[in-house]
Write a protein that binds this ligand. Sequence first.
Ligand code: FAD
Length: 117
Amino acid sequence: PQRSDCPVDKDELGRNTWSFLHTMAARYPEKPTQEVQKDMTTFVNLFSKFYPCSYCAKDLQEELKTNQPDTTSRSNLSQWMCRIHNSVNAKLGKPLFDCAKVDERWRTGWQDGSCDE
Ligand code: FAD
């Protein structure tokens, strides 16, 4: 078996999960119905209970107590997700990501065409 066929560690799990979360936000409706907004809020709160890194999940639940997801539009959800990711980046001493670039990173690809191949 190859390394990629083995259980994931915390960092690989994190990278894969951020790919999922940012891509989900990038494909979220621009004008979600009330029901869709409610479902996304429920999803994020349930996700925080089941994220399989216990101290990561605990910190996320703590954050959600005062900072619930902004599910009112694609752009607002993408920006909220970017801020949440940046708060984890800050905690880990990683550089902060420029949230103005979140669409290029996760939806359209970079303006220089480097994702077009
Ligand atoms: P990652 O942080 O995984 O980022 C992947 C890519 O996303 C980057 O290469 C960049 O292109 C892009 N990116 C970076 N920041 C942003 C942003 N703000 N918005 C949009 N795109 C961005 N690890 C811990 O050690 N302790 C924790 O408490 C912890 N909590 C976590 C909580 C959650 C909900 C998740 C999903 C992960 C958590 N992790 C935690 C894992 C951690 O965030 C990283 O995934 C891991 O350290 C690997 O980091 P990385 O440098 O490869 O890039």
